[in-house]
Design a protein around this ligand. Structure first.
Ligand SMILES: COC(=O)C(/C=C/C1=C(C)CCCC1(C)C)=C/O[C@H]1C=C(C)C(=O)O1
Ligand SMILES: O=C(O)CCC(=O)C(=O)O
Ligand SMILES: [Fe+2]
Length: 365
C-alpha cells in the first residue's frame, strides 16, 4: 500500500457526529459555538423568521409563450437581485431520479462508520467523507458529516473516493449530475437574458465547467441552540443547486437584511443560489448571499448540493457591460483555478473568501 502523505496541518481529532450521536456522549467543546455565533432557531412561535424565497417556474422559461417567458424572466431578475436565492419548480428533472439520489445518499451515510472511513477526506482537502474546511485545532466544528466528490470534468474525479456501496451509488450520481448540469446551463442562459447579454455569453465563457457534488448529513443534536450544522459562508461556485431529502427538518438559513431567516423547501423543488463567480461577473449586481445550516433536536437532515463553476483555466472579472461610471469596477480579474485554490484552503467565514478579488475602495461594501 502506498504511504499515506503526512499533512503539515495540525487540525486535531475530528469527531464523527453520527458516532457521537450514537454514543450519547456530551457534545465536545469544539462543537459549542461562542455566544455571538449561536443560531436562532425556528420554533412554532417564531415562524415569522421563515422566509418565502422567490419561486421560479422553469417550465415558463423553457416552454412558456412569449408573455410567460418575459414575466418569468422579470421574476428571475428580482430573485437574483434581491435574494440571491430562489426555488425552481417544474425543473424538468425526473422526480424518480431525485428520489434515487436521496436514497443512495442516505444509504451511504447509514453505512457502518468503518465502511465510510474507506473514503476519507484528507486534512485540508474537500473530497471524500469527513469534515471540510478545517485548518486548525482551535477552529469550531460543524455538526455535520460530509461526503463530497468532484464530478466534471473527469480529471476532478478521484476514483478511490467513489464508493462501492450502496449499489448504484456511482451511476446514480452520474445520472443526477448530468441532469443538474443541463439545468445549470439553462439557468445561466436565462440569467444572461435578465442581464441583457447577447447570446449565451455565460455558458460560452465558462469553458468545460467544473461540477462537484456534496452530500451533507446533519444528525439530530441534543443542543441545536449551541451548535451550527454548517458555518456561515457564500459559495465559490457560479450557481449552487440544493436538494433536500423529503421529511428533513428545516435547516438552511440565509442572511437577509442582516437577519438569519430559514428557508422552507417546497417538496420536489430545487433551491438555487448565486455564487461568488456570478457576483464578480455581474460586478455585484447579483450577489452571493451568506448562508448556514442549523440542526434540530429530534430530526435529521440531508442535503445534496451541486456546485457549478467555470473551468479552472478561465480568467474572469466583471463583464464590461456591467461596469460604467455609476457602477465602477469592484473586482479585479483573476484565474478561477486560483480562486478555487484560495476557496478550499480557507475556512468558511461568511463572505471573507471573496475579498480575494475585491478592489478595495474607501466606500466598498
Ligand atoms: C461550500 O462550498 C464548497 O464546499 C465547494 C467545494 C467544491 C469542490 C468540491 C466539493 C470537490 C471538488 C473541488 C471543488 C472545489 C469544486 C464549493 O465549490 C465552489 C467553490 C469554488 C471555488 C468552485 O469552483 O466551486
Ligand atoms: O445543507 C444546507 O442547507 C446548506 C448546504 C450548503 O450551503 C453547502 O453545502 O454549501
Ligand atoms: Fe453553501
Amino acid at each position: 500500500m502506498a504511504p499515506v502523505p503526512i499533512s503539515p496541518l495540525k487540525i486535531g481529532h475530528i469527531d464523527d457526529v453520527q458516532e457521537l450521536r450514537k454514543s450519547k456522549s456530551k457534545i465536545p467543546e469544539r462543537f459549542l459555538r461562542d455566544i455571538t455565533e449561536r443560531p436562532t432557531l425556528v420554533t412554532p412561535e417564531s415562524s415569522s423568521s421563515l422566509s418565502d424565497i422567490p419561486i421560479i417556474d422553469f417550465s415558463k422559461l423553457s416552454k412558456g409563450n412569449k408573455d410567460e417567458l418575459v414575466s418569468e424572466l422579470v421574476r428571475l431578475l428580482t430573485a437574483c437581485e434581491e435574494w440571491g436565492f430562489f426555488q425552481v419548480i417544474n425543473h424538468g428533472i425526473e422526480l424518480s431520479l431525485l428520489d434515487k439520489m436521496e436514497k443512495v445518499a442516505k444509504e451511504f451515510f447509514m453505512l457502518p462508520f468503518a465502511e465510510k472511513q474507506k473514503y476519507p477526506m484528507a486534512p485540508g482537502t474537500v473530497q471524500g467523507y469527513g469534515q471540510a474546511f478545517v485548518f486548525s485545532e482551535d477552529q469550531k466544528l460543524d455538526w455535520c458529516n460530509m461526503f463530497a466528490l468532484g464530478v466534471e470534468p473527469k480529471f476532478m474525479r478521484n476514483p478511490k473516493l467513489w464508493p462501492t456501496k450502496p449499489e448504484n451509488f456511482s451511476e446514480t450520481v452520474e445520472a443526477y449530475s448530468s441532469e443538474v448540469r443541463k439545468l445549470c446551463q439553462s439557468l445561466l442562459k436565462y440569467i444572461g437574458m435578465t442581464l441583457g447579454l447577447k447570446g449565451d455569453v455565460l455558458n460560452e465563457m465558462f469553458g468545460v465547467a467544473v461540477q462537484a457534488v456534496r452530500m451533507n448529513y446533519y444528525p439530530p443534536c441534543s443542543r441545536p441552540d449551541l451548535v451550527l450544522g454548517l458555518s456561515p459562508h457564500s459559495d465559490g461556485s457560479a450557481l449552487t443547486v440544493l436538494q433536500e431529502r423529503k421529511g428533513s427538518s428545516i435547516g438552511l438559513q440565509i442572511l437577509k437584511d442582516n437577519r438569519w431567516v430559514s428557508v422552507q423547501p417546497i417538496p420536489n423543488a430545487l433551491v438555487i443560489n448565486i455564487g461568488d463567480t456570478i457576483e464578480v461577473l455581474t460586478n455585484g449586481k447579483y450577489k452571493s448571499v451568506e448562508h448556514r445550516a442549523v440542526t434540530h433536536k429530534h430530526k435529521d437532515r440531508l442535503s445534496i448540493v451541486t456546485f457549478y463553476a467555470p473551468s479552472y483555466e478561465i480568467e474572469l472579472g466583471p463583464m464590461p457591460e456591467l461596469v460604467d461610471e455609476n457602477n465602477t469596477c469592484k473586482f479585479r480579474r483573476y484565474n478561477h483555478g486560483e480562486y478555487s485554490k484560495h476557496y478550499v484552503t480557507n475556512k468558511l467565514q461568511g463572505k471573507k473568501t471573496l475579498e480575494f478579488a475585491k478592489i478595495q475602495t474607501n466606500n466598498s461594501n
